[in-house]
Design a protein around this ligand. Structure first.
Ligand code: HEC
Length: 175
């Protein structure tokens, strides 16, 4: 009896969740809107990094850079274009609900999941400059994928590399 009551409470609690996944997608699209730019990098209304795609399809530098970094360091496990694989989750799905600070800490610290019986490991990239010097780039690219703004494949047109990106890269890679 107790168990049955428990289950129906659980079912009730889950109902609103199922219905809100479309709303969540809509919500994350709106949240991702670029409202201000600092030296070629775009930010949303909350001050988190985001992407900017012009009407002619030109993507901002960081989105393009993130595309490249993703396909050198993440795609072996997470699949091309963030679609996922049998080993690791599709990050275009994950980034619909994972926020910027959470993304940064997962990538820096890694994660291990043994609950399903088979072990799956997200490596820690906190000491890998090829990744941590480009965390914003990766986030911006995957965010654009998550909200359906960036199509699959290499973006055909990109903005020039901002001076600020060159300077940050030089200091991060040598630091
Ligand atoms: C060696 C394989 C591997 C590589 C390389 C890898 N990941 Fe992962 N990643 C995983 C696995 C496996 C998980 C799921 C871990 C778990 O179940 O908790 C994961 C989880 C994640 C998550 C959390 C996703 C979620 O839905 O909770 C993020 C974000 C992430 N990875 C980002 C990245 C980024 C960015 C890169 C490239 C810099 C990268 N990963 C490279 C294997 C990998």
């Amino acid at each position: 009896m107790l168990v049955r009551i428990g289950l129906s409470v659980l079912a009730l609690a889950l109902l609103p969740l199922a219905g809100s996944s479309a709303a969540l997608a809509q919500d994350s699209r709106e949240k991702a809107a670029a409202v201000k730019q600092e030296e070629g990098k775009w930010f949303d209304a909350d001050g988190n990094p985001t992407f900017k795609i012009d009407e002619d399809g030109t993507v901002d530098w960081y989105l393009f850079s993130g595309y490249r970094r993703y396909h050198s360091d993440c795609h072996v496990c997470h699949g091309p274009d963030g679609v996922g694989s049998s080993y690791a989750p599709g990050l275009m799905e994950s980034l619909k609900s994972i926020d910027y600070p959470t993304f940064l800490s997962i990538v820096a610290e890694g994660r291990k999941n043994v609950s399903s019986g088979k072990e799956s490991v997200m490596p820690a990239f906190g000491d890998n400059k090829n990744v941590y010097c480009y965390l914003d780039d990766l986030y911006i690219y995957l965010r654009a994928r998550a909200v359906g703004a960036a199509p699959r494949g290499r973006p055909p047109k990109k903005a020039d590399k901002p001076q600020a990106a060159k300077e940050y890269e030089a200091s991060c890679m040598s630091g």
